[in-house]
Design a protein. Sequence first.
Length: 276
Amino acid sequence: MKESGFIESFDGTKIYWQGWLTEAEPRVLVFISHGLGEHIGRYEHLAQFLVERGFSVFGSDHRGHGKSGGKRGHIKSFDEYIRDYKIFRDQTLERHSAPRLFLIGHSMGGLIAVHYLLNYPEDFSALILSSPALKVKIDASPIKLALGRFFSRALPGITMSNGLDPNLVSRDPEVVKKYIEDPLVHDRVSARWFTCFVSAIDQAQARAGELNLPILIMQSGADGLVVPEGAREFYQKVSSPDKTLKIWEGFYHEMFNEPEKQEVFEFLFHWMEKHL
């Protein structure tokens, strides 16, 4: 069973959300935070896998993404993502409940998930990161970076292509084709978004030691969109006594959309089962 709708965020922005529900009382509520330029609908196959195993799954389109309001790829502050997700999470719990709440964050959504738990450490029972954006390649000269900071202040809403190569999303050509043809996928980022994003990565790495809940970090070994070493560095800094780092060697960025995705799903499920 599915549900969907819109919530109104703190500044009036309409945030779209979806839910995939078990017929029986759910064992866990799983929340998904998607990556840059995409939308929560791309996680339906993961959601259905978890629903079949007794979990209810929820996710929203981040502002400026998918069916949500807001300028494509633009934010004034990274904290806007966190405030949106807090409202979405709390309103979901007004309708549904379960003994445990898990948060899954992919790529930029992983960075959002980290900041969410740094702000609200009691809101989730466990954190799962998929190829998190905790270190990225910035192919820009010091002059270009300085111009980016200038435009972030002077023309914060100016947007440009994010420069991400869709062919690096997955080794499955059908996934790449659907990604390119998906009308809800976009490649825009603003100057302000870029400076907020880079700052959020620095803050996440600096504050990683504050996280002490169970955490699973899964990183694609052949990731061309984030730097795999960022996940390893973050893992070493996390203070939780219950932490796992899994490297999927040879995988491209979206491990949930790789040809071996069923293996990833099963690994994820078994980890979650151990943390019920």
